[in-house]
Ligand binder design. Structure first.
Ligand SMILES: O=C(O)CCC(=O)C(=O)O
Length: 265
């Protein structure tokens, strides 16, 4: 990664990576998303606890699509349900970019699919991810990979450039109503910019970056694969009542082991 690119990320808090995935890879992702909808229905019917990882879209107005499958907004821990989305976190074009930002040893904090179905995918009010994550220092990096073209109309990511330098702040519960932007009165939302992405391109952003996304008001879905990475210098700092230790998948380095367990101080 060039020094200029690194400097851009340090100054602005985000970085666009064009054409990370090929058309064939994008097709495979769309098929896998359909399989995950069918899996969500099966887990639900069988009353399995894993069904909770497959969240319904609350603003859809209907519980099911025309084909009877659920309308999903989000799938958490995708690597547990999908080899394809597990492997995507380790994509050979992606890993060097993340290593250029936070170093060679990489652990995976989060692997999520954000789905915004046509016409009714809900908004995501402005926030900093690190305000919700038990990890310190707050220096994680998320990549958001567009699996369809992401535009202002279908609710692409929005960021406030440079806001990762504001320090950690309180954002309350993240609102997802259609017109949600932020409940904070002190934020100049005119500084917010849309980050449209062609399908297959991605945006990486710092975990202190203020970001959100609008509702999907278009006939086109907006599907996104999100992965958050951190370096082994980051500590696990659970709140009271949370498990005192947690294992994280290793993405690169750390002597090639599969997982790494962090224990709270
Ligand atoms: O992809 C989006 O719509 C926003 C996701 C987001 O902000 C998050 O999961 O922290």
């Amino acid at each position: 990664m060039s020094a200029d690119v690194q400097r851009f990320f340090e100054e602005q808090g985000y970085l666009i990576v064009e054409d990370l995935l090929s058309d064939d890879e994008l097709d495979a992702c769309q098929h896998e998303i359909e399989r995950l909808h069918a899996l969500a229905a099966e887990l639900d019917e069988a009353g399995k606890p894993e069904a909770r990882q497959f969240q319904r879209e609350p603003h859809a107005g209907v519980a099911q699509r025309d084909d009877g499958l659920p309308v999903l907004r989000k799938v958490e821990n995708t690597g547990n349900y999908s080899d394809l989305f597990g492997d995507l976190a380790r994509h050979s074009r992606l890993v060097p970019v993340i290593q250029g930002l936070i170093g060679n040893d990489l652990l995976l904090f989060r692997s999520t699919l954000m789905l915004k179905p046509a016409h009714h995918g809900s908004a995501h009010a402005l926030h900093q991810d690190s305000a919700y994550w038990p990890m310190d220092p707050p220096t994680l990096v998320t990549v958001s990979i567009a699996l369809n073209d992401a535009t202002p109309e279908n609710g692409c990511i929005q960021v406030i450039p440079g806001s990762h330098k504001w320090g950690l702040q309180e954002w309350g519960q993240i609102t997802r109503a259609d017109d949600a932007v932020t409940s904070r009165q002190d934020i100049d939302i005119s500084a917010r910019i849309d980050v449209p992405l062609r399908a297959g391109s991605a945006v990486c952003f710092h975990s202190l970056m203020v970001h959100g996304s609008g509702a999907n008001q278009s006939p086109n879905p907006r599907n996104t694969a999100l992965y958050a990475y951190f370096s082994p210098q980051v500590r696990y700092t659970p709140k009271e009542g949370q498990p005192r230790e947690r294992s994280f998948p290793v993405v690169a380095g750390l002597d090639g082991r599969r997982d790494h367990t962090l224990v709270a101080d």
